[in-house]
Design a protein around this ligand. Structure first.
Ligand SMILES: [Zn+2]
Length: 223
């Protein structure tokens, strides 16, 4: 079974992708992994990626398409794949459909995992990371008292920099950044989903509730 999963940051895409891979025995293919694998392989494509990234540029649609074609043509992809993070725009979606036709593959389901913006902001906003143990946690449930110690490892201080708090909020989890990323999802990624829907079955999955509830909805949609 070949699946494309799309969703805004903070909707639980990572957790659910993991569940789908376990349930269906498919390979998880994320764009980050594709880029890293290409660079590590030292192939001609990998060298191109390295050059682009060293220059601080974004990987072009054309190069990304070559990388995806290369990845989906590998042996392990024959047992089915879950593609995460691609296509990201309607233009990429068009190119992706042509590329699948070319290599004789298709998408069995496009999963769009979504939740109201307010819910996503609420979930991500309370998220902090511990510098001592790297655990990511949500402190919303701990009430109004400021949390000084990491509930996982008990550290109060950053072990590298005494005097600095162990718990901190990543720039990615600040409200302004979250809202910007949600806008990018609505304006760029959703049109990619609608473009794929012209050819493949699409299921919208409600991302509200516990991870187990969301997983049950996905399992029902995938059959
Ligand atoms: Zn900790």
């Amino acid at each position: 079974m070949n699946v494309v999963i799309m969703g805004p940051p903070g909707v639980g895409k990572g957790t659910q992708s993991h569940g789908i891979v376990n349930m269906k025995g498919t390979v998880h293919i994320s764009t980050g992994d594709i880029l890293r694998m290409a660079i590590r392989s030292g192939s001609e494509l990998g060298l191109k990626v390295q050059t682009v990234m060293n220059a601080g540029d974004l990987v072009s649609d054309e190069l990304m398409m070559d990388l995806v074609r290369d990845r989906l043509s590998q042996d392990d992809a024959k047992k089915g794949w879950l593609l995460d993070g691609f296509p990201r725009t309607a233009v990429q979606a068009g190119g992706f459909i042509s590329l699948l036709d070319e290599i004789g593959q298709k998408v069995d389901a496009v999963l769009v995992l979504n939740a109201p913006a307010e819910e996503i902001v609420r979930r991500l906003e309370g998220r902090v990371t511990c510098r001592a143990c790297n655990e990511v946690m949500n402190l919303k449930g701990f009430g109004p008292v400021e949390v000084k110690f990491c509930p996982f490892c008990g550290s109060a201080e950053d072990p590298q920099r005494p005097g600095k708090s162990a718990l901190y909020q990543r720039a990615d989890d600040k409200e302004e950044t979250i809202r910007h990323r949600l806008t990018v999802f609505r304006k760029k990624t959703l049109p990619a989903a609608w473009a794929l829907e012209e050819r493949y079955p699409l299921c919208e999955i409600d991302g509200l509730g516990t991870p187990e509830q969301v997983a049950a909805r996905i399992a029902a949609a995938l059959g």
